[in-house]
Write a protein that binds this ligand. Structure first.
Ligand code: EPU
Length: 417
């Protein structure tokens, strides 16, 4: 899909189901490399990022089957290659997580600098330091990183800053490494806890996932167990914002509100009427919401991935909101497009913006610079009166399954262009 054409200015109504978490399933697919047996994964979101990773698995010699809607089986018994191709790795930063299982199984792996959303420099120095500490030699030549180890060794590693995929990579590398590996200042995202819980069901010995200290006792072998992916908290949060920004009633189902505590608390303080159940969130049309300062933070703080849609909502709120992006240095540049739509956003510096609202938004030609700014543009276009065309829509398909049809079902006037 090249473009999404959105006719905005209408209220939405209905139920929308949240898909499985992209950022868990990517790591589960990477971990399939541990097993001789097939693994069956259910609640898999059918999105471009997942297909890219499956393509990489296939390129390495693995196989996968689409069994039925949202159910996939992956088998890597015959996997032979350990070098990730440039063309595939450039599409997906998460490909780097393959390093953990590849080093554990083959003692070597190589990859070019991984791609992904253009939201900052996104270096891989922490992966390199961590894997070096675990006894891996790392060489860089011909724009490729080469990793090699005779035997990974257990380690106590302190992350200098919190990194989600670096935590997952070292956690995976440690599962079959003899001895006790301790990860300090680890990321605490629910997708990491879910990954660890599944690996434990397969025989791994991981304690403390979901806290900042993770302890992994290496085991000799893992035995494959089926896995069900947890709901995507970023998708759920995006739909809550969609309802709030368009003054709509939406029931967001199959989600886990407890993974969105800080986000939901902020929305309550802004005055958004909601009912929250065990696995659903109902959002009711509000009067004018209040402005609110927001700061992105590692989990359990406000997710950086929700910052672009939150900014769109803040353009519709009464008063001034300061937005501070603390995770990525390049994740605020999409605000130029919101200003083109007649928002009033001042960029104080690359990590802070001041949003003054409310401002009616005007339809404009837009583009999706990355996945989360892309969904923010869809929400802005649904708020704005008139017809907006959003270019680079493939960015949105990387993380939101079948977004046009799902939005149509709740009354949005959207189509592929
Ligand atoms: N960083 C370094 N060196 C490293 C690794 C990270 O400086 O070696 C920096 C990054 O540049 C960034 C910060 O550390 O400034 C945190 O990045 P992190 O490594 O945690 O991000 P990530 O693991 O690459 C995952 C998600 C992102 C999400 C971030 C933060 C996956 C596949 N991706 O990325 O999701 O934004 O954590 O929560 O799990 C998305 O879904 O749209 C997305 C970008």
């Amino acid at each position: 899909m090249n473009r999404i054409i959105v006719q905005g200015g209408k209220r939405l109504h209905g139920q929308i189901r949240v898909q499985g978490a992209k950022n868990e399933v990517l790591k589960v697919i990477a971990a399939s490399i541990f097993f001789d047996e097939k693994i069956q994964i259910t609640n898999v979101p059918e999105i471009a990022d997942i297909f890219h990773l499956l393509e990489i698995i296939e390129d390495l010699g693995g196989q996968w089957v689409h069994k039925k809607e949202h159910v996939y089986a992956v088998e890597t018994k015959n996997l032979k290659k350990t070098n990730l191709s440039k063309s595939l790795t450039s599409k997906l930063r998460a490909a780097i997580v393959l390093l953990g299982p590849l080093l554990a199984r083959f003692g070597k792996a190589s990859l070019p600098h991984p791609g992904g959303c253009a939201i900052g420099r996104r270096p891989i120095d922490i992966f390199i330091k961590g894997l070096q500490a675990m006894g891996t030699r790392v060489r860089y030549a011909n724009e490729t990183y080469y990793f090699q180890t005779a035997q990974l060794r257990s380690v106590k590693f302190v992350f200098p800053i919190i990194s989600v995929t670096a935590t997952e990579t070292l956690l995976l590398a440690a599962c079959l490494t003899p001895g006790q590996t301790v990860l300090i200042n680890a990321a605490q995202e629910p997708e990491i806890s879910a990954l660890a819980a599944w690996l434990n069901s397969c025989g791994a010995k991981i304690k403390g996932a979901g806290t900042s200290k993770i302890i992994i006792e290496g085991v000799k072998k893992l035995k494959a167990k089926d896995v069900e992916i947890i709901p995507d908290r970023i998708e759920a949060g995006s739909f809550v914002i969609l309802a709030a920004a368009t003054q709509s009633y939406l029931k967001i189902t199959h989600c886990q509100p407890e993974h969105l505590s800080v986000f939901l608390e902020i929305l309550k303080e802004m005055g958004l009427p909601m009912k929250i159940g065990q696995n659903w969130i109902e959002v009711f049309p509000a009067g004018r919401l209040r402005a609110h300062h927001i700061v992105t933070h590692e989990y359990p703080g406000l997710a950086t991935d929700l910052q672009p849609p939150m900014t769109v909502l803040l353009t519709q709120c009464q008063g001034q909101s300061l937005v501070r992006e603390t995770i990525y240095e390049g994740r605020l540049f999409y605000v130029d497009m919101l200003n083109r739509m007649a928002a009033n956003i001042l960029m104080c510096d690359p990590s802070r913006i001041l949003v003054t609202g409310p401002t009616p938004l005007r339809a404009k030609p837009l583009e999706s610079p990355d996945l989360r700014a892309g969904i923010a543009m869809v929400i802005a276009a649904l708020v704005a009166r008139g017809t907006s065309e959003i270019a680079n829509a493939y960015q949105i398909e990387r993380g939101y399954e079948n977004i046009i049809n799902r939005l149509k079902k709740i009354g949005a006037h959207v189509k592929a262009g």
